[in-house]
Ligand binder design. Structure first.
Ligand code: ATP
Length: 321
C-alpha cells in the first residue's frame, strides 16, 4: 500500500437563498437554493490497516469521533461509513482486488444538526479520501460516479462535494455554479440543541396548511446579480430562507438571537438552512469578530464562530493529524 493515511476537509454551507416548494410524491420538497460553502469545517482521516477486509463486507474497522460530536453515530448510521462502503462497492464492481481494513477518525467542528450540512459534508469528505486511496490501486472511477453516490447519500452531499457558490434545484442535488465576486464574512451563532431537518420541513407544510401566508420564493435573480457585483449590502438585503418561519415556530428563541446579532451591527441575520444555527453577514473580518463577541456576551448562544465564504468543497489535505 502506497499511502497509509489520508486526510480530507469537509466544509459547512450556508443557504443564501432557500426557496421551498410543495412536498413531492417521494416526500422531498422542491427547492430553489443558492449554497455558499464556508471555512468552518470537519476533518476526516482514513488510515489503512495491515489486516485484510472481508471480500464483500465493509472495509471499515472502526470509526472514532472527536470535537463537538454529541449525537453523531460511530457506526454504519454515520454518513461517512455509508459513503466509504458505497464507493468501495463501485470499485469492487470494477474488479479491484482484495482490500485491507481501514480506520476512520472524524473530528467535528461543524455544529451537529445545525442546518449547516455537517453530516453531508463529512460524506463528501469520505468520498474524497476513499477515492484518493483506491485510485492508487485501480483505474480511478470518474467524478460522475462520486457525484451519483453523493446524490444517493443525501440532498446536500453533491454541493458539499463541490463547494463554492452554486444554485441547487430539485432536492438541491441539481447544481450549477453561480458567479460570485469577493469574500463574505459571517458569524455562525450556535444553539445548545439542534433541530431535526425533517421536522422543520414538516412544520412548514403544517403552517401553510393552516393558512399562514408563506409563499415559496423561487426567484433568485436579484441575489444572483448582487453576488456577481460582490455587493455585500445587497446580498444581505436579499437573503431568503423559507425555513426560517417554521424553525422560529419550533424554536421561538431564535427570534431573539437574530435581533441580538442585528443590534450588534450585523448587516443581516438569517436562520441557516433548517436551523437552529443563525448566520450573520458582516462587512469584514474585524466586524465579524466584534459581532461574534457581542453574541457570546448576550448569553443567548453557546458559541459564535466567525467564518468566510465561499470556501472549497470537500478536499484532501496534505498534512496528517
Ligand atoms: P442539513 O443542514 O444537511 O439538514 P444538519 O447540519 O442540520 O443537516 P447534521 O449535522 O448533518 O445536520 O446531522 C443530522 C443528524 O444526522 C445528526 O443528528 C446525526 O444523528 C446524523 N448523522 C449521521 N452522520 C453524521 C455525521 N457524519 N455528522 C453529523 N451527524 C451525522
Amino acid at each position: 500500500m502506497g499511502v497509509e493515511q489520508i486526510r480530507a476537509r469537509a466544509h459547512a454551507k450556508v443557504n443564501l437563498h432557500l426557496g421551498v416548494g410543495q412536498a413531492r410524491a417521494d416526500g422531498y420538497h422542491e427547492l430553489v437554493t443558492i449554497f455558499q460553502s464556508l471555512s468552518l469545517h470537519d476533518e476526516l482521516e482514513l488510515k489503512v490497516l495491515s489486516k485484510r477486509a472481508p471480500k464483500h463486507g465493509s472495509v471499515i474497522d472502526t470509526l472514532t469521533l472527536s470535537g463537538q460530536a454529541k449525537g453523531v453515530p460511530d457506526d454504519e448510521d454515520n454518513l461517512v461509513w455509508q459513503a466509504v462502503d458505497k464507493l468501495v462497492a463501485a470499485y469492487r464492481a470494477e474488479g479491484i482486488g482484495q482490500l485491507p481494513m481501514v480506520e476512520l477518525h472524524l473530528r467535528k467542528g461543524i455544529p451537529v444538526a445545525g442546518g449547516m450540512a455537517g453530516g453531508s459534508a463529512d460524506a463528501a469528505a469520505a468520498l474524497r479520501v476513499t477515492q484518493a486511496w483506491l485510485s492508487e490501486h485501480a483505474d480511478p472511477l470518474p467524478e460522475s460516479v462520486l457525484e451519483s453516490i453523493a446524490a444517493e447519500l443525501g440532498s446536500d452531499v453533491p454541493f458539499t462535494l463541490h463547494g463554492g457558490t452554486m444554485l441547487g434545484t430539485g432536492r438541491g442535488e441539481n447544481l450549477i455554479p453561480v458567479m460570485s465576486r469577493g469574500h463574505y464574512h459571517w458569524v455562525l451563532a450556535v444553539s445548545a440543541a439542534g433541530l431535526s431537518t425533517p421536522e422543520v420541513f414538516h412544520k412548514l407544510d403544517q403552517l401553510r396548511e393552516s393558512g399562514r401566508e408563506l409563499p415559496a420564493h423561487t426567484d433568485t435573480t436579484v441575489l444572483s446579480r448582487s453576488l456577481l457585483n460582490g455587493d455585500v449590502a445587497a446580498v444581505a438585503a436579499n437573503l431568503v430562507n423559507d425555513l426560517q418561519a417554521p424553525a422560529i415556530s419550533l424554536r421561538p428563541g431564535l427570534r431573539q438571537i437574530l435581533a441580538a446579532g442585528e443590534e450588534a451591527g450585523a448587516l443581516r441575520g438569517i436562520v441557516s438552512g433548517s436551523g437552529p444555527t443563525c448566520a450573520f453577514l458582516c462587512r469584514d473580518a474585524a466586524h465579524a469578530a466584534e459581532v461574534a463577541g457581542e453574541l457570546i456576551d448576550s448569553g443567548l448562544v453557546i458559541a459564535a464562530h466567525p467564518a468566510q465564504g465561499p470556501a472549497e468543497g470537500a478536499h484532501v489535505v496534505p498534512e496528517t493529524f
